[in-house]
Each structure stands twice: as structure tokens, then as C-alpha cells.
Design a protein around this ligand. Sequence first.
Ligand SMILES: [Zn+2]
Length: 196
Amino acid sequence: MTKSLPFEVRSSSLAGKGAFAIRPIRKGERIIEYVGERIPHPLADERYDDDAMEEHHTFLFTVSSRTVIDATHGGNESRYINHSCEPNCETEIDRGRVFIFALRDIAVGEELAYDYGYERSGDETEQEERKYRCLCGTRSCRGSIMEPKSEFEKRQRAAARKKAKARREREQTKEHYRSGRSSATKGRKTKAKSAR
Ligand SMILES: [Zn+2]
């Protein structure tokens, strides 16, 4: 499988090592699967203490709210694909498996990259912002390999809407119970009457 890879790993100006096309890659082509040990988030946090590390750990890929792929263990060349804010690749999760596709035609020698877009929690410290800073140098560089702040805010707004809706529904249920109780009382009265 390694033989048929359309890229090779060598040192990159973006970060450490990178993946470079060794043959033209067509738009939409599936390049490689991101593999490694599948672990739960708490274990990933345990393994990689973010605060103690100078650099972010780039060998983790969040598959879902439950699972992270740790490519330090059992990973392949995919883990060397760097981040870019103007990427030529994208990832797709298909039934829990992660694949990297070409977003456009890629020429020989071009470095492959996808947008890491790490989810923000909203309370990133200066230190974390520095750790996750992006130096991709593209025109649309947002300065961070974390998701754009606007994405985070969008998620926040969606969550707030969901919460408000749940609250409204709870209120309605309460209202329903209140009116339900009174009609139940009425019902009992009626029943009692008709029983007589
Ligand atoms: Zn960038």
C-alpha cells in the first residue's frame, strides 16, 4: 500500500515533516486513510498533557465525541500531512473511518495539507493561542489551526437556541401538566357524578 502512495514525506517549511505529491493527484482522489490507535478522549488527554507541551500534538484526530485516533501508535504517513488555512485536501469521516481526499488537482511537488480546524472550547488562553498558531502563510491564513472563532460562535449560538427550545418545551410540558391536572380533577368530578 505504501508503494502506491501519491506522496512522500520529507521536511516541510510549514512544520517539521510534510507530505509532498510525487505524482499529479486528481481532484476528489482518495489519498490515504488516517489510521492509528482508536482511543477515548480521556485517554488522549491523559497521554498528551497539552499544558506541559511546547507544541500541540498533531498526531491526534478527533473522529467523534467519543473517539480519537492516535497516530503515534499504528499510524501511517497520513499523520505527516500538515495544516493549511487554504488547503488542497480535506478529510471525510465515513462510518468512523477517516479518509483524506484531494480538494483540487494537485501538482507534483506540492505539499498536501488539510484544515485541522480544531474545535475551540471558548476559553483558550494566550498560551494555547500561541501553541496553535498557524504559520501557513496563505492569503486567507486565520493565524490559528483551531477552527475560526466564527465557527465556534456559530456552534455556541446553535447550542443556545437548542437550550432555549428545550426550556420552552419544558415550560410547555409544565403548562400541559398544570392544565392536565385541572381537567383530571374535573374528570374525576364528572366521573364521580356519573357514577352516582
Ligand atoms: Zn494559516
